[in-house]
Ligand binder design. Sequence first.
Ligand SMILES: [Zn+2]
Length: 393
Amino acid sequence: MNKSLEFISVIEACGLINLGYTGLPYTWCNQRNAHARVWKRLDRSMVNDKWLETMPQTAIEHLHLWALITVLCYGKCLNSSTIAHFLINGKWNERKLRQQVPPLLIPHILSTSFQHQQGLKDTAIWKPTEAGNFSCVSAREICRHRKDTTGINSQLWNKNIPFKMSFLLWRALRNKLPTNENLANFGVEPVKCFCCINQGWDDVYHIFNEGHFAAHIWNYFTGPMGVNFLQPSLTSRLLNLGEIQGKNEAHKTLIQALPIVICWNLWKNRCSVKYGDKKPNSSRVKYMVLKGILFHLNSAFPYIQWPLKWIEVFDMIEKCKHDVKVTPIIWKTTPTNRYKLNTDDSALHNPGKIGRRGILRNEVGDIIYAFAIPLGEGTNNHAEIQDASYGLN
Ligand SMILES: [Zn+2]
């Protein structure tokens, strides 16, 4: 604080004015991944009255890192200067750079090494790509700050799992749920949990991981998978599950869906006790988790008859094998000047949404016409007839 005050008094004594800036709000980044990234404005530009008298149009603009490519290669800002213009004996001429290039860019330029070849024209390159070529796609990749898709993030999202369930786990991992602990910031009193006899506090750690109730549910479902029911955090539960090698697609789906469904039901149990008139009940939660798991397995693998007990589901799923059946199909050619129409129907349910499709081919098998058209509601027989009549017409 003392140092700041001294600094401010020096600024005032020298009559310095902060010029402000235009362009990007930050001038420095720690270059770490999205969760640990820090952006800051480190640079300030101050001048005195004399400066402003001689150069009244001084303005500060924060340029982005790749602006250096624009500045040096296109040279629009620098009266068509080329790279060679800023070199001396194959090295950067710092003095010349300082005359013409914005100070913010100079450290980046000086740390950029390259082989200068005489007679070659300057071309723009985009350093971060492996191939070394500039591309708009690579620029966009850098700007968009794509979310980390490895580790826990990859375990959260799956097309067969409803978004609301994945999102709940996402919030639980970040402690962004309206527990009483979090509501305390708004003046709500902390309360004991709504799940256990040996009560803990109503916070994310207790509800989803540490509480007696949560540990019991985790143990019931993940115990047979070899995961210790005592874990230091929800994150470590996910990491432990993520380390299990899925033996087949169904097993992988189960490993991914299980923690999401468990957390969803732990939260539902907590809320139905807090806001409804229910009592905490581990049998109900176990039943609901199993029902949720079976729902996901059925929607992903509708042709498998899953048992209704957890231990049987678990036993069966590890033994599932991918069955590959090969059926040879031979397309018989037609006599010359004849065409052949192959049709098939599709029905989501019977009766249900139906559609028709077909291919018309000539005697050598070239496709003359093909179609795939939805037919609305109906039966599969209805669709078959429609296929043929449409194809013939
Ligand atoms: Zn509890």
